[in-house]
Design a protein around this ligand. Structure first.
Ligand code: FAD
Length: 281
């Protein structure tokens, strides 16, 4: 874990771009509240196939205007090189220097995958076209990506993203810190020297969490699933139990060298703030 410790810790919060004026106002409030915790940056997701391109940019610019550091996500699947170049140029024109670069998933019913197949091609393209202008984050999967043919192939795919020029990585969320530590060891064994920041999903609603987890391949350990299921509609108990286990996991991650935390906030400040306060950050 040595190389992880060389970096200053980086804490960040992820939002999705709101699609109503009301959502935008709520996001501004959430950001204001979370900014008090002094994260390094906020990030804003990007819809499949560029479907939120304008909204992602607007949300990032609103955050910047309010004085926050913000990084847009950008995905490449289903896109042409010229449309990706245009999006990147627009980000650059607005003074944005930090990106989360992803392959993304094809929207259902889309027949063509466009000119990019995997995220390493996007990272290489950004470096070819924009040199060192952007600080590039990529995704990492301690429980392996659901489409990967094997653990080793997924690690190789991760290595290609770093070798293409990514600066740092943020993981898919997980509820078992062992998979994270194992992943970091595997990266170190491959000679990869970038921070791998754990992605943290606070637990608010079980049905939503179960749906997300099934689609992204993040395992909810059986004992946690059973407890959450057992609470039924008792949201207060779900949140209380979720706060306990997620806070404990964050504590273990930081105590054992994780270089920061990236919270999937779902545009809500409450659970993230409570975890933060309990960690004494
Ligand atoms: P890649 O790294 O390209 O990997 C995708 C799959 O392809 C993996 O299974 C990998 O093993 C395999 N692979 C890679 N290279 C090869 C190869 N040469 N041959 C065969 N197989 C290969 N999605 C969005 O749409 N918008 C977002 O804003 C967004 N933000 C995210 C933020 C984080 C921190 C994370 C962890 C995920 C995010 N996602 C987002 C989800 C992400 O787009 C999906 O998980 C997507 O399926 C994979 O994207 P990737 O960049 O990890 O792809």
């Amino acid at each position: 874990m040595e190389s992880q410790k060389k970096y200053t810790r980086c804490f960040s919060f992820e939002f999705f771009p709101p699609n109503t004026g009301e959502g935008a106002e709520k996001l501004a409030q959430t950001a204001k509240q979370l900014a008090q915790l002094k994260p390094e940056f906020f990030s804003v997701t990007y819809g499949a196939g560029g479907s939120t391109r304008e909204r992602t940019l607007k949300a990032v610019l609103d955050l910047c205007e309010a004085g926050h550091a913000a990084a847009p996500h950008i995905s490449c699947i289903g896109s042409s090189r010229s449309s990706v170049r245009e999006t990147l140029q627009e980000y650059k024109n607005h003074g944005i220097r930090h990106l989360v670069a992803l392959r993304g998933d094809l929207p259902s019913g889309t027949a063509t995958s466009g000119e990019f197949h995997y995220a390493n091609e996007l990272v290489a393209f950004i470096r070819e076209e924009f040199g060192g202008h952007f600080f590039i984050e990529v995704a990492a999967y301690p429980e392996y990506h659901p489409q990967s043919r094997s653990a080793q192939e997924d690690l190789n795919a991760f290595r290609r993203k770093i070798e293409a020029g990514a600066d740092s990585a943020i993981t898919q969320y997980f509820f078992n810190s062992d998979c994270y530590f194992h992943f970091v060891e595997e990266c170190e064994a491959m000679g990869l020297r970038v921070p791998v920041v754990p992605g943290i999903m606070p637990i608010g609603r079980f049905s939503q969490l179960a749906r997300f987890s099934d689609s992204c391949g993040a395992e909810i350990p059986r004992w946690i699933r059973k407890k959450l299921e057992g609470y039924g509609d008792d949201t207060a108990s779900i949140r209380a139990f979720g706060l306990d286990i997620v806070t404990d996991m964050c504590d273990r991650l930081l105590a054992n060298g994780a270089p920061g935390l990236h919270f999937y906030t779902l545009n809500q400040a409450g659970l993230t703030t409570t975890i933060w306060q309990r960690l004494g950050l």
